[in-house]
Design a protein around this ligand. Structure first.
Ligand SMILES: [Zn+2]
Length: 84
C-alpha cells in the first residue's frame, strides 16, 4: 500500500496512520507513564538494595558493589570480606 495514496479529500494513508498513532499514543500514555517512572527511578532503588559497601584490602578501592559480585571492580581481587 502506497503511503501517498489519497483516502479522501487531501488526506493520505501516511497522514492517517500518523494520526492513528497519535491517538493510540494519547490513550497509551497514562498507562505508560508509571511504567516508565518505575523503569527510570525504580531500577536505581533495586540496584541500591542489592549493593553493599566494599573496601578492597588489596588496592584500597572503596565503593558499592553488587551483593552478588565477589570481586573488586578495580583490581579484580576476590572480595571475601563484604562490609555490610
Ligand atoms: Zn581492589
Amino acid at each position: 500500500m502506497n503511503l501517498d495514496t489519497i483516502v479522501f479529500n487531501d488526506i493520505t494513508v501516511g497522514r492517517m496512520l500518523f494520526w492513528v498513532a497519535v491517538v493510540v499514543a494519547i490513550f497509551m500514555l497514562p498507562k505508560m507513564v508509571p511504567k516508565l517512572y518505575k523503569l527510570i527511578f525504580g531500577k536505581k532503588k533495586v540496584n541500591l538494595q542489592h549493593t553493599v559497601y566494599f573496601a578492597c584490602s588489596n588496592c584500597g578501592w572503596e565503593g558499592h558493589i553488587s551483593k552478588f559480585g565477589t570481586r573488586c571492580p578495580k583490581c579484580d581481587a576476590p572480595a571475601g570480606d563484604l562490609d555490610t
